[in-house]
Design a protein around this ligand. Structure first.
Ligand code: NAP
Length: 162
């Protein structure tokens, strides 16, 4: 169960903890939709133990890599990466650009692989309205998780093409 966008989170957290104690829910998390909200999330995460945080992470929106990812990792908090394509903008920039030969079948898979390469990230949640894109995105999950060297190669390809 996620507290969306930190709306009245002290009240919500109390309710959700009671529900967890009663066995009604299993995991409690916090989300935010706004780029620039990571400091606010950090303040809450530093004092409250939650099971997961959901925030934007993509090659285009990297604010979470400043501190949020690391703090989540240190505190054993799972990280759900939303907007892994920057809301679609990252893929639009790459349209028509040749795909680098790094073992992935599409730019979407490469962008997802980059997100999943951070050890703190436990899940990426791309949005799509097309079945073929669901297939494409799921295929990225069946490939090996990139190591740091491959992550850097993907960043390089992004800088050259984006
Ligand atoms: N907690 C929060 O406050 C919060 C905030 C933001 C987002 N979210 C959640 O995060 C998830 C993702 O966010 P999002 O949908 O805004 O951004 P996104 O996943 O970064 O981008 C979605 C866009 O990428 C396109 N796309 C997806 N797969 C593709 C593929 N394989 N090839 C080409 N294009 C592809 C989609 O177009 P098509 O429809 O044409 O595939 C869509 O335009 C959603 O579930 C959303 O609810 C939560």
């Amino acid at each position: 169960m996620q507290i969306h966008n930190l709306v009245d989170w002290p009240t919500q957290l109390k309710t959700l903890r009671a529900w967890r104690d009663q066995g009604r829910i299993k995991y409690i998390g916090l989300t935010h939709y706004a780029v620039g909200a990571s400091e606010e999330l950090l303040r809450v995460v530093a004092r409250e133990k939650v099971d997961f945080v959901q925030y934007a992470l993509s090659l285009e929106e990297r604010e979470a890599t400043d501190r949020l990812l690391q703090v989540c990792g240190d505190r054993g908090i799972a990280f759900l990466a939303n907007r892994p394509f920057g809301g679609g903008g990252a893929l639009r920039k790459l349209r028509g650009r040749p795909l680098p030969q790094l073992g992935y079948d599409s730019w979407a898979q490469l962008l997802l692989a980059w997100v999943l390469s951070f050890p703190e990230v436990t899940c990426a949640i791309p949005g799509t309205s097309k079945v073929e894109h669901v297939r494409d995105n799921l295929a990225a999950a069946r490939k090996p998780v990139p190591d740091q060297a491959l992550r850097q190669e993907i960043e390089l390809a992004w800088r050259r093409s984006g």
